[in-house]
Design a protein around this ligand. Structure first.
Ligand SMILES: NC(=O)c1ccc[n+]([C@@H]2O[C@H](COP(=O)([O-])OP(=O)(O)OC[C@H]3O[C@@H](n4cnc5c(N)ncnc54)[C@H](O)[C@@H]3O)[C@@H](O)[C@H]2O)c1
Length: 316
């Protein structure tokens, strides 16, 4: 069995690849190492795989390359993690997000169904739920009012995935991740930005007085869910994958202040239009279909993240 991990140099993809390699599976990665954030971090993620995976530096929008990868590597399962993943950046880059997150994903599904792939796991996002006060978010809630091109592109891909299941019987499991954080985390996301700002004693922009709530999910829990989904062909499924306990940013910052032993310098600004008030995951379906049980709460997860950051930056 060979698993194709797209975006395998990224935060979540590299951790998925690492776990697959540890369990003895053969892994092929496609990643274009783009500079949305520092590609050196992506190279460092790949280095942690210690040469275990076959890494193809290329773009999922390159349909010839994608066809060749499926043909030459006898791919049996796909963890499709590659994407342009920043929400706010997407506001200015609608076309790019449509091309990478939607069109290229459809190209991958095309190859997957031609090569009788057993399971295609599609990374989606809690932001498809938009701004709603119906909490917690359940998979049957309306996902039709995205606040930015990013969730729009992910929702469109969910719909294409259904058509590939319907027409070709491709098993697609869509996982809606909720605010993933942890060691090797993305530097454009709050969990790393807050540490950067506290360590450097630089101001951090905090939306709506720190009252926006997010359902932070520790990376190892998310990866556990992806691995379970890769093991289980289930037709077409959409499954939330989150911790299930939203926390206001104020509280999140307080945990870091305590851990780091310095105050955060906060500049309060109104939230941009791309930001929902809350994300809040109902995990019932993940529990039923994937035996998913998130283990790491926020205080422990942020402590692990801070410990990694210290080691990574040589801070004692
Ligand atoms: N981190 C989160 O909180 C979160 C939440 C919801 C959904 N997701 C989704 O999970 C997946 C992984 O996210 P992440 O946080 O690891 O992001 P990431 O940016 O660290 O990883 C994505 C990887 O995809 C690669 N990539 C982007 N465009 C590509 C292209 N055209 N061709 C080849 N490779 C390309 C990037 O170089 C990067 O290494 C994404 O699909 C993202 O939308 C993440």
């Amino acid at each position: 069995m060979t698993v194709l991990v797209t975006g395998g140099a990224g935060f979540i993809g590299s951790r998925v690849a690492q776990r697959l390699l540890h369990s003895g599976q053969s892994v092929v990665i496609i990643d274009n190492f783009n500079d949305y954030y520092d590609p050196a971090l992506k190279r460092a993620n790949i280095a942690l795989l210690e040469g275990g995976a076959q890494v193809i530096e290329g773009d999922i929008r390159d349909s010839e390359l994608v066809a060749r990868v499926f043909a030459e590597h006898r791919i049996t399962r796909v963890a499709h993690m590659a994407a342009m993943a920043g929400v706010r950046y997407s506001a200015e880059q609608g076309r790019l997000y449509a091309e990478v997150n939607t069109t290229a994903s459809v190209g991958l599904m095309d190859e997957a169904r031609k090569h009788d792939v057993e399971v295609f796991v599609q990374a989606s996002t809690s932001s498809v739920y938009g701004n709603t006060d119906k909490i917690p978010f359940v998979e049957t809630d309306t996902p039709d009012w995205p606040l930015a091109p990013y969730p729009a592109s992910k929702r469109a891909t969910e719909l294409f995935a259904h058509s590939y299941y319907h027409l070709y019987g491709l098993n697609v499991t869509v996982l809606r991740f909720f605010n993933v954080y942890g060691p090797q985390g993305r530097p454009d996301m709050m969990p790393i930005k807050v540490i950067d700002s506290i360590v450097q004693q630089q101001p951090i922009r905090v939306y709506d007085g720190g009252q926006l709530k997010r359902d932070w999910t520790y990376i190892d829990d998310t990866v556990e869910g992806v691995l379970a989904a890769l093991e289980r062909p289930m037709g077409y499924q959409i499954i939330n994958l989150g911790f299930g306990a939203p926390v206001a940013l104020t509280e999140f910052i307080e945990i870091y202040e305590e851990l780091i032993g310095k105050p955060a310098i906060q500049t309060f600004v109104p939230a941009p239009l791309t930001e929902p008030q809350i994300t809040y995951c109902d995990n019932t379906r993940a529990r039923e279909l994937l035996d998913f049980e998130p283990k790491t709460g926020l205080a422990d997860g942020l402590a692990h993240t801070w410990a990694w950051y210290q080691a990574h930056h040589g801070i004692t």
